[in-house]
Design a binder for this molecule. Structure first.
Ligand SMILES: *Cc1c(COP(=O)(O)O)cnc(C)c1O
Length: 343
């Protein structure tokens, strides 16, 4: 099966499996796991923050981060297409008593600064207090769109002027830095905190890192414990993460090239349409434009021929390239799609 459902389906590399086997371990709730400590130091260093914290998932990374930044009843400004808003069970409200204030995401994943500014509450006894702005890079629901250093800096400057914090959900922030050819620090320097996933394009089995000041990470650590995310010999997770930081970041450019090749191949298939311009990183969105093909049957027939991906809307499908998908898989995927689409 050529599995393009997500980059979360990636399996650990042979080097990761060996590193997991060899990792020195300890009890991380006591702060004693040397491999976790090494990964947290390395992660903080890579994104240019003082400290970092290993958590089990991107969802927990987002939750501990907003909880560490805000008190109950406070307001969080975030994009209308944010992963935090759509796909995390409303955790910030359910668990944190926080008030999400969504403002429109533009197609390029940004939120207009003027919209952010309008959303910030003035002092008034009736209003919740605005505390935090959440950005997302790359932007999942905006087709893997990339926020630039310039945009992030301008949002950071606005936040600073208004006394707010900025958090970046950087589940795929290395896809952004690799695609732009900039140091990831340029994408994080204006944020108070940032998280990234090990378990997506970086191909680890588990884990995300939350990064920020020492003080913020101390608070995030408490929140992680309260959510049940304190793990004991977590070095078996961290070991793969250390390999990922060394070996899996630069290769993301291969995924981006494969996504472009896939999109170009699909653009030649009658009945399917793809906006090549909107292929920013490793995600390709395909519209079934020919009403002769029933969308459900389309996906089902592709699966029967060995190609899997996800449906995101009535006629829209998402395909994600990743470690484990090479050029020959892409070529095969295009022929399967062509074959199914012509019926
Ligand atoms: C995948 C993803 C998450 C959540 O990560 P999980 O490890 O699946 O919980 C958060 N934010 C974005 C932008 C993501 O793409």
């Amino acid at each position: 099966m050529i599995d393009l459902r997500s980059d979360t389906v990636t399996l650990p590399s042979p080097t990761m499996r060996q590193a997991i086997f060899d990792a020195p371990l300890g009890d991380d709730v006591f702060g004693d796991d040397p491999t976790v400590n090494k990964l947290q130091a390395a992660a903080a260093d890579v994104v240019g923050k003082e400290a970092a914290l290993l958590v089990p998932s991107g969802t927990m990374a987002n939750l501990v981060s907003v909880l560490a930044h805000c008190r109950r009843g406070e307001e969080v400004i975030l994009g209308s297409q944010a992963h935090i808003f759509w796909y995390e069970c409303g955790g910030m409200s359910a668990v944190g008593g926080l008030h999400p204030h969504t403002v429109p995401n533009q197609k390029d994943g940004t939120i207009l600064l003027e919209d952010i500014e309008k959303a910030i509450r003035p002092f008034n006894d009736h209003f919740p207090r605005t505390r935090l702005i959440c950005l997302e890079n790359t932007h999942n629901r905006c087709r893997g769109a990339i926020l630039t250093p310039e945009y992030t800096d301008s949002a950071g400057a606005l936040a600073k002027e208004k006394g707010l914090k900025v958090y970046i959900d950087g589940a795929r922030i290395f896809n952004a830095s690799v695609a732009l050819g900039v140091d990831v620090k340029d994408l994080t320097r204006s944020a108070d905190s940032v998280s990234f996933c090990l378990s997506k394009g970086l191909a680890c089995p588990v884990g995300s890192l939350v990064c920020g000041s020492k003080e913020f990470i101390a608070e995030a650590r408490r929140m992680r414990k309260s959510l049940g995310g304190g793990m004991r010999q977590a070095g078996i997770i961290a070991a793969a993460g250390l390999v990922a930081l060394d070996e899996m970041i630069d290769r993301l450019s291969e995924d981006h090239a494969n996504a472009k090749t896939l999109a170009e191949g699909i653009s030649n298939i009658e009945g399917l349409s793809v906006d090549i311009e909107s292929v920013h990183t490793n995600m390709v969105y395909v519209e079934v434009s020919d009403s002769a093909i029933e969308p459900e049957a389309f996906l089902e027939q592709c699966r029967q021929k060995g190609l899997d991906f996800v449906q995101t809307d009535t006629r829209t499908f998402r395909m994600v390239t990743h470690y484990g998908i090479d050029k020959s898989h892409v070529d095969n995927a295009v022929s399967i799609l062509a074959d199914v689409a012509k019926r």
